[in-house]
Design a protein around this ligand. Structure first.
Ligand SMILES: [Zn+2]
Length: 395
């Protein structure tokens, strides 16, 4: 029986080749797996923990089966060399496959149902009398068949089986139902970037520093300045549109996870799907003049100098006018009068000329009463003896 196993076609999932074998010999996949593994088991379409036994029976190299006929390369594309080695050992080495569930789930959670391209299925059926389930069509960000330029159809057949046997239907037997309503530049870029991830021969750099470099190369940020998280999210939303259709979980639709991928600190490895989304956004960005630098609130520095000077002049005029009229004026009151109080009390260091001018108002009788909770700048700290409370309140 082992020698009658169907070998996988180019871009076919190993489990799909097993299903074709089952159909040919009219047996259930659990019986086939019992012959191969020594125990009854029905794998999910995207599982690969049975690869060593199956590769041996197909007379194929297990590494090749993993690389070209399973989602393994996609799941592990952004792993560190050490993490990749550990995972590979768990799959095809002597160690147990403990922990692989999370690796497979990093794909199945975004691709819960089997997908196919109706044109691929028709051509395969005409050529061989059957069709098969493609590896590339089951990568989370792949929403269309690039060779045929059409959207993939999504079936109601789950990719994970749970306790159920894997249904042995093939794509050419199923109705067409596109998973998306239409393609957009973003869905196309996402498909292309997802395919690049699985085609890469070496591990990919998904570090925050690498992404920051790419943002800088695209002109989106300048140098070492921090990235504004709100601008980043707005930028992503503008390019990607509504994420609801691409299979991202509901909890991820507001993009909270995106700034975490760019923050210069170690973070848990994001699933490859999120890397594909970020790469698609970067591939689309072009030079549209977007700037994602974090900019502190308030006017830009050049305007600040002018404002500082204008406020200082206004305060001097007010001080001289009050002095001529024989009136005393408090610092806060004076700053409120010239409209500088709110700017000045939050950003004192940015108004040096105004601060110098305000210092001239310092006299016990001219000082204004500070607002509750506000901290006075050292320039305005009392130097003399405290006035009685009643006198301050009367001011
Ligand atoms: Zn196709």
């Amino acid at each position: 029986m082992k020698y009658l196993l169907q070998r996988p076609h180019s871009d076919e999932l190993t489990t799909s080749a097993l299903l074709r074998t089952c159909r040919r010999f009219q047996i259930r996949i659990s019986s086939l797996m019992k012959t191969l593994l020594g125990r009854k088991w029905s794998p999910g379409l995207l599982q690969f923990s049975y690869v060593p036994a199956v590769a041996q029976a197909m007379l194929l190299n297990p590494e090749d089966v993993l690389r070209f006929h399973s989602v393994f390369s996609y799941c592990t594309a952004f792993f560190s060399a050490e993490q990749l080695e550990r995972t590979k050992l768990a799959v095809i080495g002597l160690r147990s496959s403990v922990g692989l569930g999370a690796v497979v789930q990093s794909v199945t959670q975004y691709t819960p149902y089997r997908r196919f391209c109706p044109d691929c299925a028709r051509e395969e059926f005409l050529r061989t009398g059957e069709s098969f389930w493609h590896l590339s069509h089951h990568l989370p960000g792949v929403l269309m068949c690039i060779p045929h330029g059409r959207l993939l159809s999504e079936t109601d057949l789950a990719t994970a089986t749970g306790t159920l046997a894997l249904i042995d239907a093939l794509p050419h037997e199923l109705p067409h139902a596109p998973s998306l309503r239409r393609t957009t530049p973003f869905t196309r870029a996402l498909t292309e970037q997802s395919l690049l991830i699985i085609q890469s021969e070496s591990p990919l750099d998904g570090s925050a520093s690498n992404y920051r470099l790419r943002f800088a190369e695209s002109g989106l940020i300048s140098g070492a300045r921090p990235i504004s998280e709100s601008r980043l999210i707005r930028w992503a939303q503008d390019r990607a549109g509504n994420l609801e259709n691409i299979g991202l979980s509901a909890k991820d639709l507001d993009w909270w996870w995106l700034p975490l991928m760019i923050r210069p600190r170690p973070a848990a490895v994001a699933p490859a799907f999120k890397h594909a989304i970020l790469r698609a956004l970067l591939a689309l960005s072009g030079s549209d003049g977007s700037k994602l630098d974090y900019i502190p609130s308030g006017p830009p520095p050049s305007d600040l100098r002018e404002r500082d000077h204008a406020f200082a002049v206004a305060l001097r005029d007010l001080r001289l006018g009050s002095s001529q009229a024989g009136r005393e004026i408090g610092v806060q009151g004076a700053l409120q009068t010239i409209g500088a109080w709110n700017s000045f009390r939050h950003m004192r260091s940015r108004y040096p000329e105004l601060a110098d001018e305000a210092r001239l108002l310092r006299s016990p009788s001219a000082r204004g009463k500070p607002v509750a909770g506000a901290t006075l700048h050292p320039h305005f700290k009392r130097s003399g003896p405290r006035k009685p409370k009643i006198a301050a309140a009367a001011n």
